[in-house]
Design a binder for this molecule. Sequence first.
Ligand code: EPU
Length: 339
Amino acid sequence: MIWEEHASLAPYNTFGIDAKAERLVHLTHESSVQAYYQHPNGYAKQTLLLSGGSNLLLCNDVPGTTARIAWKGMAITEETDDHVWLKVSAGESWHETVLYTVQQGWGGLQNLSLIPGLVGAAPVQNIGAYGVEVADTLESLSYFHWEKGEAHTLTAAECAFGYRDSLFKRSWKGKGVILSVTFKLTKHSHVLKTTYGALQEELHRMDLAPSVQNISDAVIAIRQSKLPDPKVLGNSGSFFKNPALSAAQVKTLASKHPAIPQYPQPDGTIKVAAGWLIEQAGWKGERVGNVGMHAQQALVLVNYGGASGPELWAHAQRVQSSVAEQFGVRLEPEVNLIG
Ligand code: EPU
């Protein structure tokens, strides 16, 4: 456990916002969670639990204690002819973990290549891309519950996953910390998912047959072509969620805007593409001071350099109001607002 006072959080959020933490503790070992739990400045004074900072908009300095998840490690816990169970610590990089599984030829995570952030945060918002969500391969996770003062195991069903949603964003929000995640990966390629349009097109364009490695390569190519690298241009991926609307609402919208991309959901709602709405509202590539919606993907809010949290949030609200005015659709942020 390493403690700092008045520490800049700029290295720990992908928008690169220079907010200060009154007190920052780096939890470098899983065992330090127990010590942190018992520490007088520990979890009881915690106002922020920081993972990779890739889904976070810091609107102010952070009072109290900010705890950074920084413990690492990876182990196979079980293996059969068909599957391998891989337990990964919360502080491991998501993308490095995916690349490791891809190199081993284990299937399950390849569609989720190049997503920024750390493994422990992946289940919180059930990260998803190119037809796959983390919920599809997650077998269980280990969770340290602050009220109980100890770790216990949750199955995937107990995590109550939904679209960019889980128990940890709802009734268990702020209740504890994910210590590690166990994935059930497959040794067979017949379960590969390649139905997402953009992925199919990219595999075809690159002349690649579907395989764990090739899907990962194609996803990386697509993401690099439209999503800005946070190390170069501050951003947090999709800023808003794709709104799920009623069939009646979509029918009305589509009668005026036939090109609107639609994704029917199992519950009867229809998701529409927020990026399309933002582009049609005229915000794609439009820069206002240091901020704007990205020129290649209108769903991505970008810090062109030196923007503050409030500046970014003000722009997000401008876009939100403009889309609401033009289409009658309210966009909800996917990103967590702090302060
Ligand atoms: N579109 C536009 N203009 C834009 C952006 C998108 O018209 O500027 C249209 C596209 O042409 C396409 C549709 O919107 O018809 C969907 O676009 P895309 O495939 O890029 O996906 P998305 O819905 O914008 C979602 C996830 C991404 C994920 C991709 C691929 C959400 C909020 N976002 O984006 O996740 O990588 O699908 O599966 O669900 C993230 O969550 O941070 C993220 C990047």
